[in-house]
Design a protein around this ligand. Structure first.
Ligand code: BES
Ligand code: MN
Ligand code: ZN
Length: 489
């Protein structure tokens, strides 16, 4: 999909405009001849401006557009920072369905939204909505119509479009690797994706393999990785475009390429979904790709511990006591609580190696998070109010929703073990998301840290709110959120 801008209306196969509910005009659409106007007015009545509804007017008269498409935005007071994004996604999918080569969208005038926000939503929404995971299907959704955004030209707008395209491509990259089935995506595959990003965008990449992981004391990654023939990897990408001595932001992402639960085997129902247990790591890779393409003038480190959690003759077991990278010991009581073990190693390594300004981690960490917050809001747990505030602001701007859960000493006490420094489960099922975060909290000393549990939001589940730009499968949650945070540092 190529995207360009034009300040005047032009010849197009499909001219698309937005309509508010209870309104009798198309936002930003100029005057037409009498005959066309009357057709448009009739269609406006049919549409009623209802949110997400689309109406197409074929051959509206002798003017520049072959068809006009009217898209409802709903009530003005219900508009969010996401409305233009998901309605644009619907429009793009319609253009594809009609097998068009190109279509045009009229940017709503400033009184509805600021134009910059509208333009970036149009770009992100339509680009993301045209991604489809069809790698393994004979029939591909291969036509991807080009888009002209109708808006007054300016350098600023061109820049916004470029940025938004890179952001959307970051999300799409994350989705495309997160959607890969577990037989086609092992820790080694993810390491190779990281190497490709590093070569293309000239950033540093370091992969630590099984033997070295063991030698260097990554006890969590080593233990969880032992049960699989697909060997564990620790993937590290470094984007250094900030001042030489400026502390970096460290991003850490859980990448369990398949989570069977290990010896504490999961039940069969929906176990296939555990191919998405690598989503946190995929989010970090997508962010690093975009950060390097955006050439952000900051230092950002991406760390992705990747393993496959399998039962087998060499698996780690309930009862084992392991030593994590920071020297603390953990009693294993459930091999299905594996994410916190590999993350603890990666967090401790990130803090020790880079003395970062902040550490942000993403993980499909707990089923409990789905029980607590559902499938449209990610859980956050942090040791730092300022960082939490910044992430909340980015969340408001990007509409990737988060909700903070508390972490106090009582929760830290719940993971105390009789025989080791910690145990890898809490007490029964109480506050499962927080006790998992408490385990992570033990891996770092005092660096500002925020943990984002994406178990409910990383892929579409039964209760997921439908959005055109999030077709079935991985959502790439977190990529837009953190890119916003990094761009506003
Ligand atoms: N990857 C799972 C969490 C998960 C489950 C995410 C379902 C999304 C959907 C994680 O490794 C896990 O199994 N967690 C356990 C922890 C428990 C054993 C303390 C859980 O949530 O049940
Ligand atoms: Mn698990
Ligand atoms: Zn897991």
């Amino acid at each position: 999909m190529k995207i360009k801008i034009d300040s005047t209306k032009k010849k197009t196969e499909l001219l698309c405009g937005f309509v508010l509910e209870n309104s009798n005009k198309v936002l930003g659409l100029g005057k037409f001849d009498v005959k066309t106007s009357s057709v448009i007015n009739q269609s406006l009545k049919d549409l009623e401006g209802k949110l997400g509804r689309l109406t197409i007017i074929p051959s509206p008269g002798k003017n520049y557009a072959q068809r006009i498409l009217l898209a409802g935005l709903g009530k003005k007071e219900n508009l969010t920072k996401d409305t233009i994004r998901f309605v644009s996604g619907k429009i793009a999918q319609k253009a594809r369905e009609l097998k068009l080569k190109e279509f045009s969208i009229i940017t709503p005038p400033n009184f509805v939204f600021d134009q910059i926000s509208s333009v970036s939503q149009i770009v992100e929404g339509s680009k993301m909505a045209l991604y489809k995971f069809d790698k393994f299907k004979a029939e591909k959704a291969n036509n991807s119509p080009d888009l002209t955004i109708i808006v007054s030209k300016s350098n600023k707008i061109s820049q916004i479009i470029k940025t938004s395209e890179i952001v959307a491509e970051g999300v799409i990259f994350t989705k495309s690797i997160a959607n890969l089935p577990p037989n086609e995506c092992t820790p080694t595959t993810l390491a190779n994706f990281a190497k490709t990003i590093s070569k293309k965008n000239k950033i540093k990449c370091n992969i630590i393999s099984k033997l070295e992981l063991k030698k260097r004391g990554f006890g969590g990654i080593t233990a969880v990785g032992k049960g699989s023939k697909n060997e564990p990897k620790l993937i590290i990408l470094e984007h250094n475009r900030g001042p030489r001595n400026e502390k970096p932001i460290v991003l850490v992402g859980k990448a369990v390429t398949f989570d069977t639960g290990g010896i504490s085997l999961k039940p069969g129902d929906k176990m296939d979904e555990m191919k998405f247990d690598k989503c946190g790591g995929c989010t970090v890779l997508g962010i690093m790709k975009a950060v390097s393409e955006l050439k952000l003038p900051i230092n950002v480190i991406g760390i992705v511990p990747s393993v496959e959690n399998m039962p087998g003759g060499e698996s780690y077991r309930p009862g084992d006591i392991i030593k994590l990278y920071n020297g603390k010991t953990a009693e294993i009581l459930n091999t299905d609580a594996e994410g916190r073990l590999i993350l603890a190693d990666a967090l401790a390594y990130g803090e020790k190696q880079y003395s970062p300004k902040a550490i942000i981690d993403f993980a499909t960490l707990t089923g409990a998070c789905i029980i607590a917050l559902g499938t449209n809001i990610a859980g956050i747990v942090s040791n730092n109010e300022k960082l939490t505030k910044k992430i909340n602001e980015s969340s408001k701007r990007t509409t990737e929703e988060v909700w903070e859960l508390p972490l106090n000493q009582d929760f830290m006490d719940m993971i105390k073990s009789d025989v080791a420094d910690m145990k890898n489960v809490g007490i029964g099922r109480a506050a499962g998301t927080i006790t998992a975060a408490a385990f992570l909290r033990n891996a770092i000393e005092n660096t500002p840290w925020i943990h984002i549990d994406i178990a409910g939001v990383a892929w579409t589940q039964i209760a997921t709110k439908e959005k055109a730009y999030n077709p079935k499968g991985a959502t790439g949650f977190g990529v837009r959120l953190i890119l916003d945070y990094l761009q506003n540092l």
